[in-house]
Design a protein around this ligand. Structure first.
Ligand SMILES: [Zn+2]
Length: 447
């Protein structure tokens, strides 16, 4: 997940008397650019206004604090926000055509982000969308549907790996016990993983010299980790310690929330789009929007970019297992099983789809997650709480990752070409590309 408030605003930016934002490095404004900037400012205020009605909506904001104050003073109703958003969409559709690729992407991005905002208003006002309609409206993508038989084949392979009586998830959980990171070693293991992820990322992407983040350990959340981007190249990363944290989560969280995941994504958007170009719409991050599919997809795919192929198991064997006091000779075995379990990731989407469509209740959704996604009973319950809070957002993780992979590999960033892989990855993190604008196949249909 990602970011939150804290409206510190330093940067090479000044607020002019008329309220316009002036950037030291921003290119000279053309009439089209001025028109887009004005529409972008209206969009930012609409997103901030949504935050008054939906506490999870504004994931990050580091633009001018005056804009937030203005919205807080005016306190527009949902109907007023809907009216303004409709007008802005209409104005955008009749505005001057974009002159280059980045400008074209900017315009399309604003259009889709606005459409998602309008869909979220309809949801808050009580309109019921199906799971797939909702994910299309909010995240610009639809996850494939898989029958039970698809997961059954993978579960059969795991049954052979863990023969015995009782539910497979109980046998799998018992086998996993020796791979839990002891609580007292959690922070040192995470810090080691973060350092490794940062080194690998900084070797391929140019990061601002003063970027950094802090890590906090929290409880009683529906998610396992969260990056709250603060602006000014800073993140606060929270790790939820409600449930046992297994050794694979160290690299997963360090890459996903930090390098080259959410922290780097937000830092590069701030650097390349907000500061260098003055595109203020990127100073706000509405959680229920297409941007989240790109955010979660790049954060998950980034793990493979930073640790391709066998490198991860090798690194964990050599460094992280010893750091956590775990038996390094079992690292390869652990990752062989994890690779199989990873293939069950779409089972989580099926549980969410059925639950949110109203065909199964919370208890049945948790039971489905235990049986088909091999989640422990506690983890399954936490996941259903996540469904309640974030709904079809779940598709952004696995579908997002698959879409990002296809996009990067279709542009030559294959595993055999790591230089191009990092280049394409960095380009995606620095541009306003929509899920439907990714190449290599979209998010619909059966696979
Ligand atoms: Zn995330």
């Amino acid at each position: 997940m990602n970011a939150r408030r804290a409206s510190r605003w330093c940067a090479a930016l000044a607020i002019a008397a008329a309220g316009a934002v002036v950037f030291a490095q921003a290119p000279p404004a053309t009439p089209q650019a001025t028109q887009m900037d004005s529409m972008a400012q209206t969009y930012v205020k609409l997103v901030l206004a949504m935050g008054l009605h939906d506490t999870d909506y504004v994931d990050a904001y580091y633009g001018p604090p005056e804009w937030r104050q203005e919205v807080q003073t005016q306190r527009p109703s949902l109907d007023e926000i809907a009216l303004s958003a409709g007008r802005l969409s209409a104005a955008l559709s009749t505005s001057a055509a974009a002159s280059g690729e980045m400008e074209r992407l900017r315009r399309e991005y604003l259009d889709r982000q606005l459409a998602a905002l309008r869909a979220r208003i309809r949801m808050l006002k009580g309109e019921r969308l199906s799971f797939d309609e909702e994910s299309k409206a909010l995240y610009d993508a639809v996850a494939p549907t898989h029958p039970e038989s698809h997961f059954r084949k993978i579960l059969d392979a795991l049954e052979k790996r863990f023969p015995g009586e009782g539910p497979l998830v109980a046998r799998y959980d018992a086998w996993r016990k020796p791979f839990v990171i002891p609580r007292e070693k959690l922070d040192s293991v995470f810090q080691t993983a973060i350092k490794a992820c940062r080194e690998r990322t900084a070797g391929h992407l140019t990061l601002p010299a003063d970027e950094s983040f802090t890590v906090e350990y929290v409880t009683n959340k529906s998610w396992s980790g969260y990056n709250w981007y603060q602006g000014n190249y800073r993140s606060l990363i929270q790790v939820n310690t409600d449930l046992p944290i297994y050794i694979d989560r160290a690299i997963d969280l360090a890459c996903h929330e930090g390098y080259p995941g959410h922290h780097v994504y937000n830092v590069l958007l701030e650097k390349h789009l907000v500061r260098d170009r003055g595109w203020m719409e990127f100073s706000v991050y509405p959680l229920f929007s297409p941007q989240s599919l790109i955010a979660e997809g790049t954060a998950n795919f980034g793990i493979e970019v930073a640790f391709p192929g066998e490198e991860r198991a090798e690194y964990e064997h050599r460094v992280l297992f010893p750091a956590a006091g775990l038996d390094p000779s079992r690292a390869a075995e652990y990752y062989e099983v994890q690779a199989l379990v990873e293939q069950l990731s779409y089972a989580g989407n099926e549980a969410a789809r059925r639950y949110l469509n109203g065909t199964i209740d919370a208890a049945a959704a948790a039971a489905w997650l235990e049986e088909y996604a091999l989640m422990s009973p506690e983890r399954a319950k936490q996941r259903v709480r996540f469904f309640d809070q974030y709904r079809s957002y779940v598709i952004n993780y696995n579908l997002g990752k698959d879409m990002v992979r296809r996009h990067i590999e279709s542009r030559g960033g294959t595993p055999g070409n790591p230089k191009q892989r990092w280049e394409e990855f960095g380009r995606l993190l620095s541009s306003p590309r929509l899920p439907s604008g990714l190449t290599g196949g979209g998010g619909g249909g059966e696979r």
